[in-house]
Design a protein around this ligand. Structure first.
Ligand code: PNW
Length: 482
């Protein structure tokens, strides 16, 4: 039996991007270097030869890109600010770059003129290189949080009259783990990855995690105290994390492994941030002294940093299987195996164009409801999307027929509607990742997540079928109050 479900009135939706993935113009307008500039130019390459020097050239083509947003019917647009455009050297005593401020003012004003609501992410992975060189960047918990606080303050002061939606960090888990445990992302530190010359996988990610949590807390506390009363905006953070089912649903140890995996993914950040509590007990148990502690003053700050929403980036789900042997010091997932098939050989979902992502909308619904029940904040889905199978080898003509993506969006929006209607979960908005094909970090330009095809030789943009679909689905589905 099919039941018609709909999304509530006022449900916000649009598309998301991030500065380094689309802007280009890395040497223009007084921008300073970020850790991604350096990482993308390492030899031998760690990013399939790709870098963000030009990317989608959004820096010069933003009007054209916003025309696309208008055509697609978007109500909102999530983008990130490159810290090193605003404060090229990054630090709290370093100069503010007016030309960088002017660029983001142009973006904001152009969106507002079109009736599109801007959502700003302060940090989407691009730490000013200078802060990394000066004191180790996120490895320095004390310094980094003060510099981030000042950067946030400049953004609120200069943009907060018009910007009412703020996201402090995008995916602190990826920042900590890919940056400092596996070394797959900038700054590329790891003691288990042969390509890396520096790092300590057993300790660094946990230090960085604390720096990100406290930096977030400072930025939110500052907003609450000095800006909320007059700006009346909303602030939150975007956490990634898959949903995990037990590999063998009859095995209690696999059930515990699934829950533990999610605690290592989400609870690591969500317990301190949303509940002002210590890290999940299973993390303390496994990581012992390697997991930094929160002092009474840290907890006081966490309590002051009440947020308005939970930003959820969701792409896929997996199965989790317990391990018999004790955890390695370098383990960061709770001593489990992660699998895309369960013990009966059933796949978690249909394969996409990238190995780590299979389409699992039913588990998305469970994930939404679990997160809402645990952390109690309204959820905005700040990223959801996929590349189609084989899309990396397609030319424009083929790529625009993105049936897999169309179905992915349909199925995932259906899951959102069910979570709202049947599970009582509060979900208030949805951003598709991404407006444009763009630099997919260490995967370079081959993996395409856009609803718009970008030809990287000519930079021509061509809408794919999925681009217009969201407008159709969301307009049909949103309940109209009469
Ligand atoms: C997110 N994983 O990253 C980022 O926020 C985006 O910038 C990125 O383009 C997008 O997802 C697509 O990858 C992730 O391996 C990268 O599970 C990798 C994973 C999850 C999220």
């Amino acid at each position: 039996m099919t039941v018609p479900v709909s999304l509530p009135a006022g449900f916000e939706w649009g598309f998301a991007t991030a500065a380094y993935q689309i802007e280009g113009a890395v040497d223009e307008g007084g921008r300073g270097k970020s850790i991604w500039d350096k990482f993308c130019h390492l030899q031998p390459t760690r990013t399939k030869g790709a870098n963000g020097d030009v990317a989608c050239d959004h820096y010069h083509r933003y009007e054209e890109d916003f025309d696309l947003l208008s055509t697609y019917g978007a109500q909102a647009y999530r983008f990130s600010i490159a810290w090193s455009r605003i404060i090229p050297l990054g630090g709290r005593n370093d100069p503010v770059n007016e030309s960088g401020i002017a660029f983001y003012n142009r973006l904001i004003d152009s969106l507002l003129a079109r009736g599109i609501t801007p959502w700003i992410t302060l940090y989407h992975w691009d730490l000013p290189q200078e802060l990394h060189d000066r004191y180790g960047g996120w490895l320095n918990v004390t310094e980094s949080q003060l510099d981030f606080e000042r950067y946030a303050m400049v953004c609120y002061e200069r943009f907060g009259d018009r910007v009412k939606n703020w996201i402090t960090f995008n995916e602190p888990w990826i920042v900590s783990i890919f940056g400092y445990a596996t070394g797959g992302n900038a700054p590329g530190r790891s003691s288990t990855n042969e390509q890396c010359t520096e790092g300590n996988t057993a300790t660094e990610p946990w230090i960085v995690g604390k720096a990100l949590i406290m930096s977030h807390a400072r930025a939110v506390a500052l907003y609450n105290k000095l800006f909320r009363p007059s700006h009346h905006g909303r602030i939150g953070i975007s956490l990634n994390g898959d949903y995990y089912e037990p590999w063998d649903s009859h095995d209690e140890r696999d059930k515990a492994a699934a829950e533990r995996r999610m605690e290592f993914h989400i609870g690591w950040f969500a317990n301190p941030i949303f509940l002002a509590q210590d890290y999940p007990p299973c993390m303390r148990e496994q990581l012992g002294e390697r997991l930094p502690k929160f002092s009474p003053s840290d907890f006081a700050l966490l309590r002051e940093a009440e947020v308005d929403f939970y930003g959820m980036n969701y792409y896929t789900s997996q199965f989790s299987r317990h391990r018999e042997q004790p955890a390695l010091e370098t383990d960061f997932i709770g001593n489990v195996d992660e699998l895309q098939e369960n013990c009966e050989g059933i796949s978690v979902g249909e394969k996409s164009g990238v190995h780590w992502l299979r389409s699992s909308p039913d588990l998305f619904r469970k994930h939404l409801t679990r997160v809402y029940n645990l952390y109690g904040k309204p959820i905005y889905i700040t990223e959801n999307g996929c590349p189609c199978p084989g899309e990396d080898r397609m030319r424009c003509k083929e790529a625009v027929n993105d049936t897999y993506r169309v179905n992915y969006f349909k199925d995932h929006l259906d899951a959102v509607a069910k979570a709202i209607c049947f599970d009582g979960t509060v979900v208030k908005g949805y951003f598709a990742w991404s407006l444009l094909d763009n630099l997919e970090w260490s995967d370079g330009y081959e993996v395409r997540f856009g609803v718009t095809y970008v030809d990287y030789d000519t930079l021509k943009r061509t809408p794919k079928k999925s681009a217009m679909l969201l407008k159709q689905i969301l307009n049909e589905r949103i309940q109209v109050d009469v």
